[in-house]
Write a protein that binds this ligand. Structure first.
Ligand SMILES: [Zn+2]
Ligand SMILES: [Zn+2]
Ligand SMILES: [Zn+2]
Length: 158
């Protein structure tokens, strides 16, 4: 008697219809994305001028590592990641500047919260996210469907 593994899968995978909007949320939750916080208690330490920021290819201020550095959102220093020489991490430990934007994927990390912060939903972070995006890609970021219900309620104006 050979144990034959059932070759045919009877799972109806296509049953999960991809409805616009909801699909993105489901996908994000199920695929185990690192969750980004939509609030951070340390936004008061943000630099007041985050419109003028260094270019994404600015080398680390300390070791001159050329790419994938972090921008300190408190003093705008560009420092390398924990996978290079940990200069951003050291900067946080020395100064308690805790908010940094990754030039490699434009995510914002708060060292004090020990969490990613969703820059696209926080008004304090949206401008620097957009500026960094434009510097990196040469065009403004696509509009993400955030809080669609709330937006829809006030979408009568133009
Ligand atoms: Zn924080
Ligand atoms: Zn460095
Ligand atoms: Zn700093």
């Amino acid at each position: 008697m050979a144990d034959k593994a059932p070759a045919s899968s009877s799972f109806d995978v296509s049953d999960r219809a991809t409805e616009e909007g909801e699909d993105e949320l489901l996908y994000g939750a199920e695929s185990g994305w690192v969750e980004a916080r939509t609030w951070c208690d340390h936004l008061a330490s943000l630099c007041s001028d985050l419109i003028h920021i260094p270019a994404p290819d600015t080398p680390c201020n300390r070791c001159h590592h050329p790419s994938e550095n972090w921008l300190c959102l408190c003093c705008k220093e560009v420092l390398c990641s924990r996978f290079v020489n940990k200069h951003m991490l050291q900067h946080y430990e020395q100064t308690s500047d805790c908010l940094a934007l990754s030039f490699s994927d434009l995510s914002v990390w708060c060292f004090s919260c020990d969490s990613y912060i969703d820059a696209q939903v926080l008004p304090q972070l949206q401008p620097v996210y957009e500026t960094a995006y434009i510097l990196k890609f040469g065009e403004p970021p696509p509009i993400r469907n955030v809080e669609l219900q709330n937006v829809a309620a006030s979408s009568t104006g133009n």
